[in-house]
Design a protein around this ligand. Structure first.
Ligand SMILES: NC(=O)c1ccc[n+]([C@@H]2O[C@H](COP(=O)([O-])OP(=O)(O)OC[C@H]3O[C@@H](n4cnc5c(N)ncnc54)[C@H](OP(=O)(O)O)[C@@H]3O)[C@@H](O)[C@H]2O)c1
Length: 255
């Protein structure tokens, strides 16, 4: 059997790093993308059973996703599985948070994800084979006061993923949107939400990634890990949007 390759963005910590371990364990060669080159090298050196290519890139910069694709092409690597995982959040009033940081978030969480999906999907279509995992969030299902832009980026990721999955029906290519709730990674510190009510019952990154990996391999369209998260998503679906926004604002508040 030919060796398969997975490209994972945001591979240096949290869910991304858990995905790295799961793919390596199943014998996948890896292309790992993130900003921290030292951490990328450490990870590369820790996996002896698979080939690991690292690409240090800030995906919040316009054009970076294209550069990743071009490097992969130049190295003659075929990507069987694309994991669009890199992302971050920010908590605070929309008008008080730094606008450049919020625009970078939009570019990373949605722009780079869209471009990488676009380029690698063309290649997957040529072979009529491939899988894409887009890491969205339970944030995708309702407006998110105090994390307004973050919630909006994740609604975009979910909508794009579901639309593409339908476009691709009848092909052998799948798109899965993984929608975790609060998970113990560096996300909480970066977004400044560690003390918020939403983080009082955060799941372990290992469990979320393991379940997300299974959902990807089973070609599920949307997967929400954890019973409490599933219940929250169901509630948000049936609640008036205005009420769902009030609930989201409440849980974004400190414990
Ligand atoms: N943890 C949660 O509660 C939670 C819940 C729902 C959804 N999610 C989603 O899960 C995904 C993974 O986040 P995580 O929780 O694992 O957080 P994390 O531990 O902070 O990991 C984020 C990863 O993204 C990379 N990254 C950040 N900015 C980047 C940039 N500009 N360019 C390239 N890579 C960048 C980071 O690496 P470098 O610093 O080396 O660049 C890191 O590897 C995100 O999309 C997040 O929105 C998280």
């Amino acid at each position: 059997m030919n060796k398969k390759t997975a490209l994972i963005t945001g591979a240096t910590s949290g869910l991304g790093y858990e995905f790295v371990k799961l793919f390596a364990n199943d014998g996948y060669d890896l292309v790992l993308v993130a900003r921290n080159n030292i951490r990328l090298s450490e990870i590369k050196n820790s996996f002896k059973n698979v080939n690991v290519t690292t690409i240090a890139k800030d995906l919040s910069i316009e054009g970076a996703a294209r550069e990743v694709f071009e490097q992969v092409e130049q190295e003659g690597i075929l990507i069987d599985i694309l994991v669009n995982n890199a992302g971050f959040g920010l908590k605070g009033s929309f008008d008080k948070l730094d606008i450049q940081k919020q625009l970078s978030m939009i570019q990373l969480n949605t722009g780079a994800l869209t471009e990488l999906t676009y380029y690698f999907l063309q290649k997957m279509k040529q072979r009529n084979s491939g899988r894409i995992l887009n890491v969205a969030s339970t944030a995708a299902f309702q407006p998110g006061p105090l994390m307004a832009v973050y919630f909006a980026t994740k609604a975009y990721v979910l909508s794009l993923s579901e639309a593409l999955m339908e476009e691709l029906s009848g092909t052998s290519i799948t798109v899965t949107a993984l929608c975790p709730g609060a998970t113990k990674t560096n996300f909480g510190a970066v977004a400044n939400v560690e003390n918020s009510k939403m983080f009082s019952q955060a799941m372990s990154a290992e469990v979320v990634a393991k379940q997300g990996y299974a959902a990807l391999m089973n070609g599920k369209r949307v997967f929400v890990p954890g019973g409490a998260n599933k219940a929250g998503v169901l509630g948000a679906k049936f609640m008036p949007r205005r009420l769902a926004a009030k609930v989201a604002k409440y849980v974004a508040g400190d414990k």
